[in-house]
Write a protein of this length. Structure first.
Length: 198
């Protein structure tokens, strides 16, 4: 780097430093209060670092585009990062559930779907997807005698999830609630057929 370049860079830094006034700077007390809020769970990492919801959703759009392009692992990394910045956003959990479901990681998918509906109970998609995973898991568990009791409990939870999805979309306009209706219909048909066979 030449002396002239160094001088220009130094002058630029001085101009930037002059633009920041004492009023613009945070006090030590403000910083301590923010860190305390983060540590106590009152602030997200995004809030602590000054990232807006708009900033995060801009990144989420890029992550969703990756998912649509079939770049599932790259999308997972984006949404895992977003989830670190704001673990209280139900959309991030819902998309992570979908990603993990595509990756065949049912337990991780279910964990994120459950977080999504806990944070936003009107999430028809997450209710349906959670119910579907629970149905699959309960069917697998029914194959083993020692897990039948747990399978029955999980089956009841699955029905509850599917029922929630249907209740949230009584007109059947959301494709996920239509899927929930179809699953409940198949289950009801199977139960009826078993009763007749008995």
């Amino acid at each position: 780097m030449s002396e002239k370049d160094l001088k220009n860079q130094t002058e630029g830094a001085e101009l930037e430093a002059e633009e920041i006034s004492d009023e613009d700077a945070c006090s030590v007390e403000d910083i301590e209060e923010s860190i305390k809020g983060f540590l106590l769970g009152d602030l997200t990492l995004a809030q602590l670092e000054g990232l807006s919801a708009e900033d995060l959703y801009g990144i989420a759009d890029m992550g969703y585009d990756l998912l649509e392009e079939g770049k599932v692992d790259e999308a997972r990394k984006v949404f895992e990062g977003l989830n670190v910045y704001n673990p209280f956003d139900p959309y991030f959990h819902s998309v992570l559930g979908s990603i993990y479901q595509r990756l065949g990681e049912a337990d991780m998918a279910l964990r994120h779907y459950e977080s999504a509906v806990e944070l936003y109970p009107e999430d028809v998609n997450s209710w349906t997807n959670a119910g579907e995973i629970m149905l699959e898991k309960s069917a697998e568990m029914m194959q083993e005698a020692e897990t039948r009791g747990a399978a029955e409990t999980l089956f009841k939870e699955a029905i509850h999830c599917l029922d929630q999805s249907i209740k949230l979309d009584p007109e059947g306009e959301n494709p996920s609630s239509l899927r929930a209706r179809a699953l409940v219909g198949v289950i009801a048909g199977t139960i009826e057929a078993k009763k007749k066979a008995s």
